[in-house]
Design a protein around this ligand. Structure first.
Ligand code: IMP
Ligand code: MG
Length: 177
């Protein structure tokens, strides 16, 4: 399937499954060499990161822990503007080496917020690992330590990424045609 249609939009294949998995193996090697003796706590951000998290974790052969969280954002009052909240982090992270797993970083606002929230608990370290990064879309200064692919600002779908809730199940990554 080189092209797909989701609702009103057409998408062309952009990064196929074998290329994604090959890159994840490389990322796993880097993570292993840097983290294997640190009992890291991986914190995966739902929903988009579920597929990446699964494939990455299978490549890690050392002791580590995994938690899934959700960052929800909703419109607050006029004075508070957009409110964000972290759900599901039900274990202490003080003193832990935390690695945040994300599918894609666009403006970086979600991860900036999440980083600030996690920092309040005094972890030993926080590193960000994202399969995809849109460097030209970043609105904040964010240090992304492990990156799979740097991509342009085009909208992507598949491999966990959705368009209006659809397309997360696709095994390849597609780009808006
Ligand atoms: P940020 O806070 O702007 O960095 O937003 C990151 C979140 O926006 C990601 O976790 C995705 O859920 C979503 N997102 C950003 N770019 C895309 C895209 O190209 N396709 C699908 N979702 C995206
Ligand atoms: Mg996401």
């Amino acid at each position: 399937m080189n092209s797909i249609q989701i609702k009103d939009k057409s998408f062309d294949i952009f990064i196929n499954e074998s290329k994604i998995l090959a890159r994840i193996k490389e990322m796993a090697m880097q993570i292993t060499s840097e983290m294997k003796d640190k009992n890291p706590l991986f914190i995966a951000v739902l929903n988009g990161s579920f597929m990446f998290t699964s494939d990455l974790m299978k490549e890690l052969n050392f002791l580590c822990e995994l938690q899934f969280i959700k960052v929800s954002s909703y419109a607050g009052t006029q004075s508070t503007g957009k409110v964000q909240e972290v759900f599901g982090l039900n274990q202490p992270i003080a003193g832990r080496n935390v690695v945040i797993l994300e599918d894609i970083i666009d403006s970086g606002l979600t991860l900036q917020f999440l980083g600030q929230e996690l920092q309040k608990q005094n972890p030993a370290s926080i590193q960000i690992c994202s399969l995809l990064l849109k460097p030209d879309a970043l609105k904040v200064n964010l240090d992304v330590h492990f990156v799979g692919f740097e991509v342009s600002n085009e909208f992507l779908v598949g491999y966990g990424l959705d368009y209006d809730g659809l397309g997360r199940n696709l095994k390849h990554i597609y780009q808006l045609a």
